[in-house]
Design a protein around this ligand. Structure first.
Ligand SMILES: Cc1cc2nc3c(=O)[nH]c(=O)nc-3n(C[C@H](O)[C@H](O)[C@H](O)COP(=O)(O)O)c2cc1C
Length: 242
């Protein structure tokens, strides 16, 4: 997203290049169109994906966003792409349509820090989002080094808890993990891998029968995963037994 190199030169060599103003407008519109389609199709809400290094995160982070126009430079300008998407979606969908935003609170390769993310969450609350979704990958991971450091979710809960529902994810497998997430101040939680291995996870989380990876192909097959999906899950370190 750097705006320092000539656009035509970069695109002809296949390197990443800065988006033009028109392209940014188009990208915003695509997000709005997608939300509009979900609303028309009868969904109750959507989640804007501002995490994991995808386009929105690239605007948010200082390493990936080296623009010096209205879309980068200051913190507010880096947040602007996401805020514009949000504002325009809200103008398009019914008032009771739920809007969640998923962020990576810390994402070093994009230059996203916890401090920036906490500030961003304040903007998002002011813009009227309904749920803030923190993608932590490991809910026990601390926001900082040092003995007083809090886990990421706890840090958000301390700053914005009670103002907006906080949804957290990352490494939740059993009842202890669920308790930990709620203890940190999460209002909701999500699971990825536990739900893949145990499709009935919500109804069995209170039992001791929540085995963790690695899983055999047979176990995954019994959980109704297709052979193609099992092959795909082999790419996730330690998920499928060798
Ligand atoms: C097979 C698989 C596919 C995923 N795809 C996405 C995705 O498309 N978008 C996303 O935001 N997260 C995706 N994730 C990440 C999960 O949303 C979740 O944040 C992550 O797996 C950590 O939670 P867990 O420890 O409960 O799995 C995916 C995870 C898995 C295992």
């Amino acid at each position: 997203m750097s705006s320092s190199v000539n656009e035509t030169e970069q695109s002809s060599t296949g390197y990443s290049r800065s988006m033009g103003e028109q392209e940014i407008e188009e990208a915003i519109q695509w997000f709005v169109n997608a939300a509009q389609r979900c609303s028309s199709a009868g969904f109750d809400g959507i989640e804007i994906h501002g995490a994991h290094g995808y386009l929105i995160s690239q605007f948010l982070g200082t390493k990936t966003n080296r623009r010096e126009d209205g879309w980068g430079g200051s913190k507010k300008a880096r947040f602007r792409f996401l805020i514009e998407i949000l504002r325009r979606i809200k103008k398009t969908v019914p008032p009771n349509f739920i809007i969640a935003v998923r962020i990576s609170p810390i994402y070093p390769s994009c230059g996203i820090t916890i401090e920036d993310s906490l500030d961003l969450s304040r903007y998002l609350i002011d813009e009227g989002i309904d749920i803030l979704h923190l993608s932590c990958w490991d809910i026990t991971k601390k926001a900082h080094d040092g003995p007083d450091a809090l886990p990421i979710t706890a840090e958000f809960s301390r700053k914005i808890g009670g103002e907006i529902p906080i949804l957290t994810t990352g490494g939740i497998w059993d009842e202890d993990d669920v308790s930990e997430a709620f203890f940190q101040g999460a209002d909701m939680l999500g699971v990825g891998r536990a739900g893949i291995a145990h499709p009935d996870w919500p109804s069995r989380v209170h039992t001791d029968d929540n085995t963790r990876p690695p899983f055999t192909r047979k176990q995954l097959s019994e959980a109704d995963l297709s052979p193609v999906f099992i092959d795909y899950m082999c790419r996730w370190d330690g998920f499928v037994e060798d």
